[in-house]
Design a protein around this ligand. Structure first.
Ligand SMILES: Nc1nc(=O)c2c([nH]1)NC[C@@H]1CN(c3ccc(C(=O)N[C@@H](CCC(=O)O)C(=O)O)cc3)C=[N+]21
Length: 287
């Protein structure tokens, strides 16, 4: 038996076609959503992701505002671009592509962003709102994972979930989303300090593997029928994506997200959701 595929590419396409209608309605009211991206340095992976985001924008009718700085950019130069996007009415939402070059204070950059334009949901005010159960743009990857599970009818309510990883973009916010009353999961967060990862994994109905360790989740550690989400995007020597989930897991799991084609496209789709919702709110408060 082989796991059912949590097809992020197809699900993202469905979300994008719904968003295209909402963007058309906004444009009829004279509002044009615009996504800004700030890319610092020449990392080929980051360039590829940012290019993908602008391609998605074109598909749904969102304007693209691209800002690129060299790897040698200073803290002050990056902050100047952030201030410029905060002021630019054409930019209704934006992201600063992470990681930033060494020596740059990432948190200070995130904090400087206008939280109303935070398309990633990573501004401290918006992460705080998530903790406080207040409406806010949600971090795109955790949001995309919840949407993907819902789309395929994977039961989240009452599920035992193991999140592997404690990074700021996925590992830390993921349990906050999953433990809301609307999701109602029980979550264990594992990380490099976890004594017996396999023991936790074996009990999980849903595994979110976001450690960035190639093939960390092995077939023998997965409960038969579990849903396994592969968030890792390590690269092998040929530049090919290697996930956190061993390919053999597909023979044990009930559902598995392919990588590529799973969580990545969902992340991008939820980014567009955040941009459109920010534009809708900005239009409502201007009216
Ligand atoms: N401020 C910020 N926000 C982010 O959302 C953010 C970031 N920084 N830094 C880097 C990570 C990485 N990330 C990905 C998004 C889409 C794919 C994606 O769509 N991947 C395709 C394949 C792409 C390929 O083949 O390289 C797929 O999975 O099918 C991957 C990775 C967003 N990130």
């Amino acid at each position: 038996m082989s796991a059912q595929i949590l097809d992020g590419k197809a699900t993202a396409a469905a979300i994008k076609s719904e968003l295209a209608q909402r963007v058309a309605a906004l444009r009829d009211r004279g509002v044009l959503p615009g996504l800004g991206t700030v890319l610092v340095g020449e990392d080929p992976g980051s360039q590829k992701y940012v290019a993908g985001k602008h391609r998605d924008c074109a598909q749904v009718g969102i304007a693209s505002i691209q800002r690129e700085l060299p790897a040698t950019a200073t803290q002050e130069e990056i902050e100047a671009v952030v201030r410029e996007l905060n002021e630019d009415p054409a930019c209704t939402g934006y992201i600063v592509q992470l990681p930033l070059p060494r020596g740059i204070d990432e948190n200070r950059i995130l904090e400087l962003m206008d939280p109303a334009k935070d398309a990633d949901g990573l501004h401290p005010t918006n992460l705080g709102r998530l903790v406080l159960n207040e409406p806010a743009p949600l971090p795109c990857t955790p949001f995309g994972i919840v949407t993907l599970l819902r789309h395929f009818g994977v039961e989240i309510n009452g599920a035992e979930v193991v999140v592997v990883g404690r990074g700021v973009t996925i590992g830390r916010p993921m349990p906050l989303l999953l433990t809301r009353r609307s999701e109602n999961a029980t979550v264990t967060q594992c990380h490099t300090g976890t004594r017996d990862l396999a023991a936790h994994l074996r009990r999980a109905d849903i595994v979110v593997a976001a450690a960035g360790v190639p093939h960390l989740v092995k077939p023998e550690d997965v409960k038969p029928g579990a849903a396994v989400l592969d968030v890792g995007v390590s690269r092998d020597e040929n530049g090919k994506i290697v996930g956190d989930v061993h390919p053999g897991v597909a023979e044990v799991a009930g559902w598995i997200s392919p990588n590529p084609g799973g969580v990545g496209p969902m992340t991008r789709a939820q980014l567009l959701v955040n941009v459109v919702e920010a534009a809708e709110r900005q239009a409502a408060s201007a009216a």
